[in-house]
Design a protein around this ligand. Structure first.
Ligand code: NG6
Ligand code: CA
Length: 522
């Protein structure tokens, strides 16, 4: 409580300072506008890919050390009930950027590298909102929300993309590290492309004479386990076929340094603006390709090594902010797009070298799952000197950043699923969401307080390739997470009143959809 009070007075001071600042610089803005401008810290959203709830030493990992991310957690607000909307990448990213539940948009599913942009260019987005508040906006890292209109020519400007949904600057990989095209794009153009060696991409069929993971195992430096047997780039077999663009192809082991350089450049180039930098990092998604200086550093094989690599990169980002003198005027949000997976398609020792490390942090399920480990992820807010360190078990979702950051910069969001959690993010309140719909490959479930209700779904209980329990069952499942965080005790039969309450509220939010005939609402 004390810390909250202390925070409040500091917050007032920041507010007063910003008003004073706006007034002092005597810019042309009207008095009315000045009134709406509150504080405008730089905002950086660091978003890892497939990092589990238990993958950080600040979240209980003992076999792996993540000192730089731990600093954010220990000196900021650490959330123990922070959620991605979804257990896979594209839908979670969609929700984070738009503030809209991804199941409202049918195309928000894991996308191939050739998919068209799934965010409507007329839609409200976090970068657009910040731009309207005077921010410069940039993305450096993984996009995976589609590009172009569906027939992108990779040798020309590809639009619409991040630049058409609010980012002034974009430096991205189109989809995932395991999907073609394996090139970077800067503001819609492939970087380093030789016009005499055009790129062709096709997800349906190979190009004549091109080797594949399936036919040419002798060319592979990393073996595929399931999927991932199409075109070979840098000895790694990928999803999808690609030809040409040799000079533009990324070097997997240099990707972390490459994106870090771009992120640093962005920070240095915008230190005098308020800026929003969205930093979706590729680790620890497959293929896990640590730079040689991180190989063997974790003792857990490449999956652990790339987490250590990502942690180092985040330390470098912090250093850059400090060097530019803007650490104290920068709000950092850290999270992950979905829960962990070990073998996600390559033989890379993730299973063999796991030892006693538990990426799920004691939760059930993992990536692709409706059980907790699918969507509950590390979630941290950090703002040096402005957030008093704390930990909260209030329910918060990445989708809430839109409304929360909106209030921070004095902008109201349009009708949206995003809830204003600004006070919670700043350590100034204990109040989180009352409920949340979570999603895994279009299946949805409902959380309310300590309770979670998973409706019946057909399909395999365990996805064999990845060895993850998906949350499919013939019957309703109801868990009390406070007493039973590992979701071992189904209370659907013993607590019909609670089950009914959750069904009803779920239906009110989720509306009618195919899975609902099984809800037996009466
Ligand atoms: C799956 C891939 C998996 C990963 C995932 C997307 C296969 C068999 N599996 O289809 O390796 O790429 O898509 O991950 O191809 S995500 O984190 O971007 O959602
Ligand atoms: Ca992911």
């Amino acid at each position: 409580m004390n810390s909250i009070k202390r925070f409040k007075s500091e917050w007032k001071a920041v507010y007063a300072f910003s008003i004073l600042f706006v007034a002092t610089i005597g810019c042309q803005k009207s008095a009315e506008k000045e009134e709406t401008i509150k504080v405008r810290p730089n905002i950086i959203v660091i978003y890892l890919d497939d990092l589990g709830y238990g993958d950080l030493s600040s979240y209980g990992a003992t076999e792996l050390q993540t000192p730089n991310i731990d600093k954010l957690a220990n000196e900021g607000m650490k959330f123990t009930n922070g959620y991605a909307t979804s257990a896979t990448c594209t839908p979670s990213r969609y929700a984070l950027l738009t503030g809209e539940y991804p199941w409202r948009r049918k195309s928000a599913k894991i996308l191939p590298g050739t998919a068209p942009l799934i965010i409507d260019t007329a839609q409200q987005t976090l970068p657009k909102l910040l731009r309207s508040a005077g921010y410069q906006t940039g993305i450096v890292g993984k996009w995976h929300l589609g590009l172009g209109n569906g027939s992108a020519n990779w040798n020309e400007l590809i639009s619409p993309g991040p630049n058409e949904v609010g980012f002034d600057y974009s430096y991205i990989m189109a989809a995932t590290q395991d999907r073609v095209p394996t090139v970077y794009l800067e503001d819609g153009l492939v970087v380093g492309l030789d016009p005499n060696d055009p790129i062709q991409v096709n997800y349906a069929q190979n190009f004549d004479g091109e080797p594949t993971g399936l036919d040419n195992p002798e060319l592979l430096k990393m073996k595929w386990h399931h999927g991932h047997n199409s075109s070979i780039v840098n000895g790694i077999p990928r999803i999808g076929y690609m030809k040409g663009g040799e000079a533009a192809r990324w070097v997997d082991e240099e990707m972390a340094d490459h994106f870090l350089t771009k992120a640093r450049e962005y920070i240095k180039g915008h230190k005098d603006d308020p800026f929003f930098l969205y930093l979706p990092m590729q680790q620890p998604h497959v293929p896990r390709t640590p730079h040689p200086r991180f190989v063997g550093k974790s003792g857990l094989g490449p999956r652990g090594d790339v987490i250590v690599e990502a942690d180092w990169c985040i330390g470098e980002i912090m250093k850059a902010l400090e060097e530019e003198g803007i650490l104290e005027s920068t709000l950092i949000i850290f999270s992950s797009d979905n829960g962990p997976v070990l073998n996600d398609g390559y033989y890379d020792d993730a299973v063999e070298k796991l030892g006693t490390h538990d990426p799920k942090g004691g939760l059930r399920g993992g990536k692709y799952s409706l059980f907790e480990a699918g969507t509950r992820v590390p979630f941290i807010s950090y703002w040096k000197g402005k957030i008093n360190p704390g930990q909260s078990d209030a329910l918060i979702c990445q989708m809430d950043l839109l409304a929360s950051i909106g209030r921070l910069v004095g902008k109201k969001v349009e009708k949206s699923d995003s809830e204003d959690m600004l006070d919670l993010l700043l350590g100034n309140s204990d109040k989180g969401r009352e409920s949340l719909v979570i999603e895994a490959n279009t299946r949805t479930a409902f959380k309310k307080g300590d309770w979670v209700m998973i409706p019946p779904y057909n399909g395999e209980a365990i996805a064999k390739d990845v060895n993850i329990e998906l949350g499919n069952s013939e019957n309703f499942m109801l868990f009390n997470l406070k007493d039973d965080p590992g979701q071992l005790n189904n209370l659907a039969d013993s607590n019909p009143a609670k089950l009914k309450e959750l069904k009803k509220e779920f239906y009110e939010i989720r509306g009618d959809y195919s899975g609902f005939e099984k809800l037996e609402l009466k």
